[in-house]
Design a protein around this ligand. Structure first.
Ligand code: FES
Length: 113
């Protein structure tokens, strides 16, 4: 059975912006971006390079190229897939979060037995 945890309202996520949100496991945080095609993608806010937050909320996440960049050491990722596009991530992608869009909000999909 699938259920969900409400993460954020879509109205909070502007184009070339981001939203950070807590996760059920309080050790972690997530962030979401809207890709060029308008789709919303969410990731664990932990860089695949040295586990620093990718999105620190300072508005410098997005690059002119359309990639998102970790501010710690400059790893660049595809906002639509989380794939490493260059820099010290060395081919290691972001960790995607399974979300569902409904009722004007993004929901974390969680499974229960
Ligand atoms: S921790 Fe993100 S680039 Fe190093």
């Amino acid at each position: 059975m699938e259920t969900g945890v409400k993460l954020f309202l879509l109205s909070e996520l502007r184009e070339r912006g981001s939203v950070r949100f807590p996760l059920p496991d309080p050790r972690f945080e997530g962030f979401a971006v809207r890709a060029a095609d308008g789709t919303v993608h969410a990731y664990l806010n932990v860089c695949s390079h040295r586990a620093q937050p990718v999105d620190v909320g300072d508005g410098r996440l997005w690059q002119p190229s359309g990639e998102i960049e970790c501010q710690a050491h400059g790893a660049r990722f595809d906002p639509a897939t989380g794939a490493c596009m260059g820099g010290p991530c060395d081919g290691q992608p972001l960790t995607p979060l399974a979300i569902e869009i409904r009722d004007g909000a993004a929901w974390l999909i969680t499974s229960t037995a």
